[in-house]
Design a binder for this molecule. Structure first.
Ligand SMILES: [Zn+2]
Length: 271
């Protein structure tokens, strides 16, 4: 049997064929880890450079890049429509990305392009050795918080501050896109994967007719799953205990959300 090599620090695993690039990457990672107060110049320079390289592929809009050492979220995009600006947070694995990747980033950021997100997903998977604390055999989750019409990150942040004292520690993403629209019998609007701390919201909700307060209700519900353990009662798993349901009703627009769901079920199911 082969012994598994000990994972020292996955971030120190960088491609060895380019010494200069490797040491630059290590410097950057160091700088990200000790970042406090003023932004160290290594990070500022890397962010500026990446910003410039992404912008080169964009026909319109502005982009600002923040590099992170985040364990879960590799890409997150916030659109500021009024200013035609995109605030993008990217894992430091993107710092040295080549033009194929920066072009895919531009197209994902500005157009939510499917092919671009596939390219980025592959890039993230093959670079997941750079992600702190992640077992290397585990593929990195591709997280898409910016939808076509709704931004999950701001929703999640608002709910976390308002109802949970920022105590919820989860990742949130839109689910995968599907093929052509059809009428379904049921739809799972949200899910929560306990081990991965991952909340997934169905793409059907990322449409203009779906109000923000309704998506917020679904997100709130999934966040509650982190607060309430799944209990086993009479041999059956109880996902939504009495206590869970009582907490869920604390959502400010709970009744409104329920009502909206009833009157738009058909539209929600057609996706
Ligand atoms: Zn649930």
């Amino acid at each position: 049997m082969n012994a598994t090599p000990a994972v020292v620090d996955p971030c120190s695993v960088v491609s060895s064929d380019d010494e200069a690039a490797s040491s630059a990457a290590l410097l950057l990672i160091d700088a990200l880890r000790r970042k406090r107060g003023d932004l160290p110049s290594e990070i500022a320079d890397a962010q500026d450079s990446l910003e410039r390289r992404i912008r080169a592929h964009m026909t319109k809009g502005r982009v600002t890049v923040t590099l992170t050492d985040n364990r879960y979220t590799m890409i997150s995009v916030r659109r500021v429509p009024k200013e035609k600006r995109y605030e993008v947070r990217l894992h430091h694995m993107f710092a040295d990305a080549d033009p194929v990747i920066t072009r895919a980033l531009a197209r994902y950021i500005a157009e939510n392009d499917n092919e671009a997100s596939r390219i980025l997903g592959d890039f993230i998977d093959s670079n997941s050795g750079h992600v702190r604390g992640r077992a290397r055999r585990q593929p990195a989750q591709v997280i898409f918080t910016a939808g076509e019409t709704h931004d999950l990150r701001s929703l999640y942040d608002e709910l976390n501050a308002r109802y949970f004292g920022n105590k919820i520690d989860a990742i949130i993403t839109w689910g995968a896109k599907n093929g052509r629209p059809r009428r379904r019998n049921s739809i799972k609007m949200g899910s929560y994967a306990v081990e991965d701390r991952l909340i997934r919201i169905h793409r059907s909700l990322d449409r203009a007719f779906v109000p923000r307060f309704f998506i917020a209700w679904i997100v709130f519900h999934e966040m509650l799953h982190q607060v309430h353990d799944i209990r086993v009662k009479n041999g059956r798993r109880e996902f939504h205990s009495k206590e869970f349901l009582a907490d869920e009703a604390m959502y400010e627009q709970f009744d409104e959300a329920k009502r909206w769901e009833r009157s738009h079920l058909d539209a929600l199911l057609t996706y």
